[in-house]
Design a protein around this ligand. Sequence first.
Ligand code: NAD
Length: 323
Amino acid sequence: MSLKIAIIGCGSIARRHIAGYQQIEDAEFAAMCDLERSKAEAYAREFGGKAYTDAVAMLETEAPDIVDVCTKEMHREKPVIQSVSRGFTTLAEKPLFAAEGQHDVRPSDVEVGRRMVEAAEIGGGELFMAFNYRFGEYARRLKTMIDAGEPGELQYVHAWTRLDCWSHVIDLLRWFCGDIEQIAATMSGPVQSRTRAGSLRFASGAVGTLLGEGSSPAWHDMLRIRWCGSKGVAVLRDIAGGLEYYPHDMKQRRTVEQAHHDPRGEFMDTFGREVAALCDRVRDGTTPALATGLDGLRELEVDAGYVLAAEREEWIDLSVEWE
Ligand SMILES: NC(=O)c1ccc[n+]([C@@H]2O[C@H](COP(=O)([O-])OP(=O)(O)OC[C@H]3O[C@@H](n4cnc5c(N)ncnc54)[C@H](O)[C@@H]3O)[C@@H](O)[C@H]2O)c1
């Protein structure tokens, strides 16, 4: 039996998701849905499925196995809630919700994100997040090393990213380091591209820093994460750039670096791996590295936590703020 896929939001990122499903033998497009009829029809012609402008009509007629919501972050709440509240397995692009756009997440966005996660709990539709950086080859290698205890216990993490990757890097830090409990932060620059520098305290007791900025050009590395453990230090470079590892007890460094001659091409593959994992999930219940709706909410809390901490000029405790 084939897996019926419905796309909501026929824009540019939907093409990346669609290219991923096209690699999956038993996946077929049931529906292409966009508020703009011409967009839905163009995608249906190009990729298959029936064109819809009304997500509810589409869900009730097609009953898809996977609903992939590729609308922009300010247009995410409605289609996600329409889908999960009817019990459909749903993938949401990132960040979970941001009324004013992804570079200007507000504390009020967290309430909307919470409604989305609650709708999934009540409606029974599983909600997953398109945090596809988790499917980068070196990100996965680092996660495997951490889980196996190779670099030891986390001592600190030091991360920098361009704002384009901001929510992804918050998610990666949670994935590599565990929950973030407290934040102190400061910001500078115009609202839609504020440089934000923060200190983090993790539930494990380890500490970290994360800086996001929109000033440096996108053609060089876009992020760097230095994960320092009790036995070694690992450095993740760029979205798919490379991983260096420096064990404390050896002078020689082990490097797996820039093995891909085309890191941006490898990045495109992360979308395919992610939707393949989602299809596996629907077929046999496995949940490899998929980020959940709750991960999306936690990421949003950290992002909004930066804003609160900077405004108040004090440490904020995320669990108190959004208990
Ligand atoms: N995961 C990644 O690495 C990655 C990379 C780039 C962008 N993104 C995210 O992808 C999202 C989408 O960006 P985009 O550039 O593809 O947007 P886009 O504007 O090109 O496409 C969005 C489409 O959704 C449609 N739409 C809006 N509300 C709808 C509704 N209720 N029902 C049906 N259709 C609706 C719009 O008409 C539009 O055609 C953004 O939130 C962005 O953050 C993720």
